[in-house]
Write a protein of this length. Sequence first.
Length: 478
Amino acid sequence: MATVSHSNPDMWGPLNEYDERVQTRQLREDEHQRGIVQSLQDLHDMLKDYHAPKVVHPSIESLKSPSRSLLGSLFHRQPPKKRTQLPPNLPKGLYMFGDVGSGKTMLMDMFYDTLPHNITSKTRIHFHNFMQDVHKRLHAMKMEHGTDLDAVRYVAADIAEKGSVLCFDEFQCTDVADAMILRSLLEALMSHGVVLVTTSNRHPNDLYKNGIQRESFIPCINLLKTSLRVLNLDSTTDYRKIPRPPSGVYHHPMDKAAISHADRWFRFFGDFENDPPHATTQQVWGRNIQIPKASGSAAMFKFDELIGRATGAADYLELMRSYHAFVVTGVPGMTHRERDLARRFITFIDAVYESRAKLVLTTTVPLFQLFMSPDEVDDALEGGRKAGSVKHAEEHEGVDDVMRQMMDDLGMSMNMLKNSSLFSGDEERFAFSRALSRLSLMGSQEWVEQGLGMEDRGGLDEKLDWQRLRSRWREDSM
Ligand SMILES: Nc1ncnc2c1ncn2[C@@H]1O[C@H](COP(=O)(O)OP(=O)(O)O)[C@@H](O)[C@H]1O
Ligand SMILES: [Mg+2]
C-alpha cells in the first residue's frame, strides 16, 4: 500500500489521500467508508489548531493514597472523588469499530500518516502491546514506591509526554487486570490533552462481555461513549443511495465535527434530490412557525430557532404531523436559570418520542449533563453525601438501565438526584429522568432504522453486496 507522499501535511488530509488512492485504483470507492474518512478529516482539521497542554507530571507524593493516611484509616472514609477534568479545547477522538476486513486499520493508518505538522509527537501502537507495556511500568512503580500509590496516573503522564495523538489498533479488554485500570488510564491520558483514536471489532457496549466484575467496567464504557466519537464501519443495513452516517445520532461538543454530523443526518433523513433544503413556514392556530431548513420529511433547526422561541406543545404536535425526522443543533446545557427552556425542550422530546419520529442532536455538553451543570452534579453528590445517603439497590428500582448506568457513573443515588436544585417538584424530576431515558431509546439503532425498510429485503441486498465487496478486497490483498 502506498505511503503518504505529500510533503506539506497541512494541505493534505485523509480525504485527499482517500481520493488519490481511489483515483490511482489502490482503493475502491466506498460511500460508507467515505463517511468515516470525512470524520477522520474533521478531526484532522480540528487538530490543525490544537496544541496539547504541557504535561504536568504529578509528584509521587501527590499520588499517595489518602485513604491510607492517618485520618483516612481512622474514619474508613473515601474522600469525595473529584471528577477528572478534560481540557476544554481537547478535540474529541474517534472509536472506529466494525467487522474484520472493513478497513479500520487502513483508515487509521491513513489518518496517522497525514496528521498535521503541529502534532509533533504521536504514537501508533497495537493495543495489546500497549497494555503489556503499561503493566510492566506499573509493576516497576510498585517495586520502587510500594503499592500505596495511584501509579496509573503517573504512568499516564509518562505516556502523554511521548505523544499528543495516540492511535490504538484493535482495542479490546479481555482480562480483569486491564478492566480495572482502563478507565482511569484513559481518563488520565485525556486529561493531559492526549487525543485517542482507536479501532476495535466491537461497539463499546460489547467490550469485556461476561468479564469478571463487569459492573466495574461500565464506567469505562461510558467514558468511551461520551468522550470519543463512536463510528461504525459496517454498512450492512444501508439501503438507500445516501449512506447512513457512521456515527450515532447525538453528538457533542459543538466542534467542527458537529456541523458535518448534523448535515449528514439531515441529508440521510431528507430527500435532497426531489426536495432540496429550503426554508418554509407552518401554520398553527393562525400563527406561523418558521422552519429554517426542510427537505422531504426532515426538518433542521438551531435550538434557539425552535425551543428558544415561544413555542409549545401545540406547535410541536403540528410539526410532528408534517415531519418525521428532526435535526436540532446547538442544544445547550440547561441549569435552573434556564428552567423554561428545559421544560420546553422536554415537551419537544416527548412529542418526538410519542410520534415515533427520529431525532438528531448536536449538544454543547454530554447528554446526561443537559439538565444539570457539572457544578450541580458536584453539589448533588456533596449534598447526598452530607445527608449520609448510602446507595441501596432498591433505590434504583424503576429506573431504566441507561439512567442507572449514568447514575453509577456519576456515583449518584436516587436521593442525590432528588437533592438536585434544578428539578424541585416530583413531577419535574420524573420528566427529567424520563426525557433522558427517551433520548437514549431514540438513540438506539433499532429506533433509527425502524420504518425505514432497513430491516427486510432492502437491507439484505445491500448486506450481500457489502460482503461480496469485502471478500474481493481480501482476495486483492493476498
Ligand atoms: N475501499 C477499499 N478498497 C480496496 N481495498 C480496501 C478498501 N478498504 C480496505 N481495503 C483493504 O482490505 C484489507 C482489510 O483492511 P484492514 O484495514 O486491514 O481491515 P480491518 O483492520 O478492519 O480488519 C486491507 O488489505 C485493506 O487495504
Ligand atoms: Mg485491523
